[in-house]
Structure formats: C-alpha cells, structure tokens
Design a protein around this ligand. Structure first.
Ligand code: GAL
Length: 864
C-alpha cells in the first residue's frame, strides 16, 4: 500500500521528470551521502553514451530514451584523437560536436558527467590518445613526464574552456555536474613506479585548478587526492568504499554487458543480474551509478581499439547499437530506477542500517525520525530462493535478487522478477532498387585491383625490418614490406623432397604473404594474442623472387601499462627454409622497401570518384586486394539500416564517402563457451553468457540513416582477402515479437503501485502489459498465450502441463488493434485451470504499422 512519504516522493519524482530543459545554475558539491546539487543531496542514475559512436541525427532520440528509462544523467568520454587528429588542429564538427551533444542532453532534462580523461581506454583506437603524442621527443605517456603533462593540460584546459564559454557547467546554469580526469590509472600504476604518485597528484591539482565549479572524479584510483572523488568500476560495486569519510560512494562504470572482438563469441549480461547489481549498490549506501554503456553504438571508420575490437560496440546495452530499446533490459532497469527514485528522499536523509535475516540474506533500512522509511531485502545466495521475515511480514526472495520496499512494507520491485516486456529485435532483409539500367543484378559493380607490393612514389627503403606503428603513424591499417631476392638453383630446400617455407614473425595484427605476385598465405592474431607466427608453404623460382608482405593492424591497443608502446608489424625474423630443415636463409636484415598504406587510399578511391573504375571483363570474385564500387537506393522507411556482409572476407566499407568501419564477416567466433540459456544467478563475468559461437562475430554493420540520401547512393569496399560482393544484402533493424511472462506472485506494476485511490488499489494485482515499441504501431497478432505453467522464453514459449483453454482468445480480445494493453494475471480473468498450483501468464505478440505503406516487415532478400 502507498504511504504518505511515498506519495510525496512520487510527486517530487514527477516534478523532476517534467523539469526540462535542464537549467538551474547550481553549485555542485558533495558529502558522504551523495552529490549536493544546488544545496540538495541527490541519488543519481546515469548512463554512458559516447556521442561519436552514433550520429547527431540519432542523439535526441537516444537521449530521450535515456530519460524515459529513468536516467538523471548521461556520461561520455572525450576522445582526444578524434578532436585533435593533427597537433593544434581541432575538429568539433558533425559526430564530434561535443557542445551540441551536451546541450541536447540538457534539453532532454539530463545532467552530464564529462570524462575528459584524456586517456579513455574505451576499446577506442589507442585509448583515445592522438598518435602524434607518441612522436614528441622525450615523451612518456601517463606518468610524471613534462612533455606529456604539458600536452595533457593543454587539451584538458581546451575542453574545460569550451564548456565554460558555452555556459555548460552546472555552476553556470548548464547540465555538466561532474568531470573526470585520467581513467583507471590505479589498475596499472605500479608499473610506473614512484612517478605514478607524483603524476596523479599533479593531475588532480591541474584539474582542480581549471575551476569548473563541479567535482572531479578519478575512477579505480584508491589514492585519489582530495578533493577528487575516487569511484568504482566493475560488474558489482556494492562492497566499494571511497577513500575518505566525506566522499560519496560512486560507481562510474556498471558494465551493462561487455565489448566483443573479432574471432570471439559475443558476451551478454542478463537483465536480472544487472538489476541486482544496481539494487545492491543503492542498498549499501551507493549514491551515483553509471551504466557503461547505456547505448554502446558503432566504431565507425578506424576508431576501434583492442586490437580486434569489432565495429559494433553494442555492448548488450539497454539501448542497442541501432537505437532500439533492448527489452526487457531497458524496461526492467527503468522499473528498478523508478523504485530507487521512490526511495530517494529516505536514501539522502540518512545512513543505512543493514542486518542479517539469515545466511546470505540481508535487510537494509533507511529510516528517519521524521517518518521516512525505505528498505532493501537481498538474497545473495546464487542457488536457493528464500522466504524471510521482515518487520513482522513475510517476503519471498528468489536467489540472487533484491526487493525494494520504498515504504518499508510493500515490494515495488524484485530484481529477479521482470515486469517489463521482452522484445526480439531482428534484421529484416530488404529488397533494394539498384539504380542501374541493366537487368543483370550484378553488373552494377565496378572494381579496381589494388596492386600487390610497392606502387607509390613515396615508398622508401630501409635495412632491416621496421616496427609498423612507428613507421605508419597509424595513417593506414596497412604497411607493405617488399623484397626482391635471388635464389640460386642449388639451394638445398629447392631440392626434391623438401617444401620451401616462408617463416614470418610479426607482432601482429595480420599478414598476407605474396610470392611473385600471388597470395601464398595469410594469418591473423586475436584480441588475447595479436601476434602472428607463420610458416607458409611457398614455391620459389631459381633466380629473382619477389616477396611482398602486407602487414595490417586491426585497431591499436587501448589498455595496460605502457600500452602505447606495444608495437605491430613484421619485426622478424623473416626466413626461407626447407620443411626438412636443411638450411635457412634469413631475410630479416636485408634492404626492404616500405609503402605506407594502399594505392587506393592514396587515390582516395573511397569517395567513388575515379576514372579507373572498370566493369570489364568479369567481376573479380574471391580474389584478394580488390576495390569494389556500386550504387543503390536506400531501403525505404525510417528503420535503422544495416549491411549484411556475408560472402565477403575482410575489409573496409564506405557509404557516400563515409566509412562505416572495418567489416570481417569471415572471422567466425570459436565454438566453445556459448550456452543456450543463461543463468543470471551468481557472479557475472563476460564469458558466462555468450552467443554467436561458430558464427561470424559480426555479420551486420550499421549504416546510419543520415548517411543515406534519396536516389542514388555510392558504396565502396576494399576487400583484402577475397569475397563475392554480389552476396551483400541490406537489412533493416526491426522489433519482431514482444513478449511478457508474469506470475500471480509478481509485484504489482509500479505505476499501479503508486496510485492511491480505492478503486485502483482493489485492482492492484499482478498485471501483464504489452506495449508496441513505436507510436504508430498497434498489436496485430497474439502468437502465443498461455495461463497455467507455460515454459520457455520469448520466441519459444510452450504450454506446460497446466494450461487454460481461454488464454489466447482473452488476450486477443484485450489487445488486438491497440498500441498497448494490460491484463490482470489471475484466475478471475482466465478461470482456474489447475487449483492449488502457482500459475503465470505468458504472451508473445507482434505489432504492425498503422499505415500499411510503412510496412517495414515485408521485403525479401536480393543481392545487389
Ligand atoms: C574500463 C574502462 C573503459 C572500458 C571498459 C571495458 O576498464 O574504463 O574505458 O574500456 O573497461 O569496456
């Protein structure tokens, strides 16, 4: 039942929610219970959206979905290498328009946590540092080093001043309430010896001297000097304590999922466990929590780090890569946020008192003399459900769950019981109009062969094998190592019975070896070991032989002590030898010719405009080193667009001159480690709930709608390994089914729980709600409905032993033709198919567009 305190809390909640845009001119300070904004202590919920991982056209929608999901704030890194690609030349346009992003966040009623870093990690190329930093004489990054500190201070001050000029700090009336300096340095600082400490003190005072009027945070930095707040990152942070009694307990990264890397399965984190970690944090005194990521987005261009981080940075976040709600995660967390907000008044008013209710069972109460009371009941056992007695009442606590009681009496939510709908989002193949006249669907392709080996005038020679990153300065993924060598006819390994081998040691990340112009072999590393050691069987001729090694990077390292000095490329040895080991010729110290990047890159082929594109005699398929070009018309409608690259090998793709990133559908995830179902009970780690084993790690690649134009669009590909571009197809990202599964014992929905009139309270029973994802959609079909003991998950529900006959028609009557519907889950609604047994209602439905012309579900596969 609703108490008076809860009613007040709700009113406050609604007032805060309505208060947009964000503008209050408040100083931000803190004490041991939380940030104090404009004199008011707050319990805050935040989520990471990295603005450059989506497009400005997507920002408002993403921010609104964040607000609707119950967030108070958004958090972003500022990637230095994006904004200052060349020293002294800044770029804040388009996707890099930080000021616009912060303003839009404010307009959406969200506060902002600005993590300037400038080291970021974030699976971003080189951790966010510009490559030119590495070449400053005498520089050592992330330590007490004058050249580095001068650059770090300059960039940090640049960003702070930009924000100040636009009045974006809360102290100026803007939305920024927090900043961050450095990132997780405490994880690796021991490797930097004594200088680590002086560096951190310097970073702290440098940041404070910039006088932002809002607090600074360092995460994973237990020795963060005052007044910097040290914050926690991880899957759980309920046990964390700040390093001083006057600092609030803050969690800057609650990992909502995990990143993925080419060749590995894709990690997932269950909604119940994410919700559990959040509720536990607020239970045990937490005051600020940020989901990393709330929307992960896309690593466009060559921005992914790792190496081997995928182009998708979906992260299993509550909003998916394409901007669709990931349900039930988004909705379930929203319910948790609403429940926490109902407790906020009690939470900020006092310290918690935790008592044991039995083994692994804990009750925490926030109670004031003035009558405020909020409680959290936790069962941290990862196996057994429990029934506990709290304040004279009995509560059922599933294993690994927390119940939140905003009035110390009534359960508003239990983290293991999902009220939110689940959805299945899917890629729907789209028929494309190829804007060419020919009947032959494939004649729309033209191509240019990338030459094997040296083709550029800027090629140069050097004795010995050069490290790649120091050579290319990351201007390109590619570096050619070329050599002509004379082989005498009487080399032992050229004789009968011995296979000649080319042995190459490379620091990574990938290698193609060409002998006399022909591809002889290739090898790639992976995220855990990027290096490449290969023995490639080759055929040499007597006399002159050409050896061309194309070495490539797949995103630069972003994490670890001295990660910035980890090299890449063919550092040797490079040897010719016979399989029977009779002799070896070492080529390592010969005079090699180097070419940075490809001819096609030098010519700017990615724009599509060159007179060299040819269409005769036949489209090359499954041949290495080919540039392809075609034109197409964009899929109709407004749904997000993706390209299915199945059939291609590895390369890069550009749409109308914009790079959508590296594609690599041929890289298949290892077969081990995926589980059909995922048990949320127990401590999570990224390998716990993986998918895509035995399938490409990433097959679909996001093409932002705003990069497409009406009429003709140009697509350019550079294919390294060999692929068939005619197999490429387009798809749109759509919400397929929506599902819900609610038991008779579920907590009543929050919105019912907080309404106090007599009539509504009488109906306050567990309720199943269905909601179409978009405004102009209605429920068109009930694919499954069962009241009794239904089994399975969304997309594969089945009837249990107990199943009432009327469920389907009852749900159809209540829902068909409506945008959303609610049904009380009880035998009163459905009749009782099996007395004495606990029952539940499971429903799978689909929605359709109101306007038949916008039916985005139709379409069939056709290649370009
Ligand atoms: C953290 C880091 C983030 C990100 C995350 C993993 O350690 O601060 O930037 O890299 O790990 O996704």
């Amino acid at each position: 039942m609703r108490g008076g305190a809860v009613a007040v809390a709700l009113d406050l909640l609604l007032i805060v929610a309505a208060a947009t845009p964000f503008c209050f001119g408040a100083n931000v300070t803190y004490d041991h219970r939380g940030l104090v904004i404009g004199g008011r202590r707050r319990v805050l919920i935040s989520g990471s959206i990295h603005y450059m991982r989506s497009t400005p056209q997507m920002w408002s929608d993403l921010l609104q979905k964040s607000k609707d999901g119950g967030l108070d704030a958004v958090q972003t890194f500022v990637f230095w290498n994006l904004h200052e690609p060349i020293r002294g030349q800044y770029d804040f346009t388009g996707r890099k328009d930080l000021v616009k992003f912060v303003k839009l966040a404010g307009e959406a009623g969200l506060m902002v946590h600005l993590r300037i870093g400038p080291y970021a990690c974030a699976e971003w190329n080189y951790g966010g540092f510009p490559m030119w930093l590495h070449f400053i004489p005498g520089i050592v990054l992330r330590t007490d080093n004058e050249p580095f500190k001068a650059e770090m201070k300059r960039f940090t001050a640049k960003i702070v001043n930009m924000m100040k000029e636009e009045n974006l700090y809360a102290s100026q009336g803007g939305p920024i309430i927090l900043s961050q300096i450095e990132n997780e340095y405490g994880n690796i600082d021991s490797a930097y010896g004594k200088s680590a400490q002086t560096y951190i003190s310097w970073a702290a005072s440098m940041a404070v001297s910039l006088d932002t009027g809002v607090p600074w945070v360092m995460c994973q930095q237990s020795d963060a000097p005052n007044p910097i707040i040290n914050a926690c990152n991880g899957f759980y942070c309920d046990k964390f304590t700040p390093n001083a009694n006057n600092k609030p307990k803050m969690w800057t990264e609650n990992w909502s999922g995990w990143f993925s890397s080419f060749g590995d399965p894709v990690p997932r984190r269950p909604a119940e466990d994410t919700a559990f970690s959040t509720a536990r944090f607020y239970q045990l005194g937490g005051s600020f929590l940020n989901y990393y990521m709330y929307h992960g987005g896309t690593n466009f261009g060559r921005t992914s780090g790792g190496p081997f981080i995928t182009t998708s940075y979906d992260y299993d976040a509550p909003i998916d890569e394409y901007g669709l709600l990931r349900q039930p995660k988004w909705g379930h967390l929203k319910d948790v946020h609403n429940a926490v907000k109902l407790c906020e008044e009690a939470l900020v008013a006092t310290d918690p008192t935790t008592t044991s209710l039995g083994p692994k069972l804990e009750a925490t109460v926030y109670q004031t003399e003035s009558g405020l009371c909020a409680a959290f009941l936790a069962n941290v056992d990862d196996q057994s459900d429990a029934t506990v007695n709290f304040s004279g009442h009995s509560y059922h606590l599933p294993a690994w769950s927390v119940s939140i009681l905003p009035d110390c009496r009534t359960v508003a939510i239990n983290t293991a019981k999902i009220n939110s709908v689940a959805t299945i989002s899917k890629f729907v193949p789209q028929l494309l109009q190829n804007d060419k006249t020919s009947e032959d669907a494939f004649s729309g392709w033209s191509w240019i062969n990338e030459p094997v080996g040296i083709s550029s005038n800027s090629a140069f020679t050097k004795p010995g094998l050069q490290e790649q990153i120091n050579t290319t300065a990351d201007k390109s993924d590619y570096l050619w190592y070329s050599l002509s060598t004379t082989i005498k006819g009487d080399e032992p390994f050229l004789k009968d019975g011995s296979q000649t081998m080319l042995h190459v040691n490379s620091l990574g990340h990938g290698l193609y070896a060409f002998i006399n112009g022909q591809l002889a072999g290739s090898a790639k590393g992976n995220y855990s070991d990027p290096s490449v050691y290969v023995d490639i069987p080759i055929n040499l001729v007597s006399g002159e032989n050409k050896i061309d090694l194309l070495s490539l990077t797949v995103g630069l390292q972003n994490y670890g002590a001295f990660y910035d000095t980890k090299g890449a490329g063919v550092t040797g040895p490079v040897q010719l030898k016979g399989s029977l080991n009779q002799s070896t010729i070492d080529l390592s110290s010969k005079l090699w010719t180097y070419q940075i990047g490809l001819r096609g890159e030098e010519l700017g082929l990615f724009t599509g405009s060159s007179s060299e594109w040819i269409t005769q005699p036949t489209l090359p398929k499954n041949q290495p080193l080919v540039w392809y070009k075609t034109t197409f018309e964009a899929p109709t409608g407004s749904s997000p667009v993706a390209i299915n690259f199945l059939g291609m090998g590895k390369g890069q793709a550009w749409i109308n001159g914009q790079s959508i990133g590296r594609y690599w559908p041929r890289r298949v995830a290892s077969n081990a480690g995926c589980t059909g179902s995922c048990n949320y009970r127990g401590s999570f780690s990224p390998s716990r709930c993986m998918k895509n084993c035995g399938h490409p790690t990433q097959q679909f690649y996001h093409v932002p709608r705003s990069w497409l134009q009406p009429g003709s669009n140009t697509m350019v590909l550079f294919e390294e390994m060999g692929g068939d571009p005619t197999q490429i197809s387009f798809a749109t990202r759509e919400t397929g089914s929506i599902c819900s599964h609610i038991s008779e014992t579920h907590p009543i929905p929050l919105n019912t729980w907080i309404i106090s009139d007599e009539e509504t309270r009488k109906q306050a029973q567990p309720t199943l709600s269905l909601d179409c994802p978009l405004d102009n959609q209605v429920i068109s079909e009930i694919k499954f409905a069962s009241f009794g003991t239904p089994q399975g998950v969304c997309g594969s529900f089945s009837h249990g032993e107990c199943s009432g006959k009327e469920a389907l028609s009852t749900v159809e009557k209540a829902c068909i033709g409506l945008r959303s519907c609610s049904i009380i889950v009880s035998a009163d609604t459905f009749g009782d198919p099996c007395g004495g047994i606990a029952k539940s209602l499971a429903v799978e439905a689909s929605c359709k567009w109101l306007d038949p012309h916008e039916d985005a579900y139709s379409g069939s596969i056709r290649s370009l």
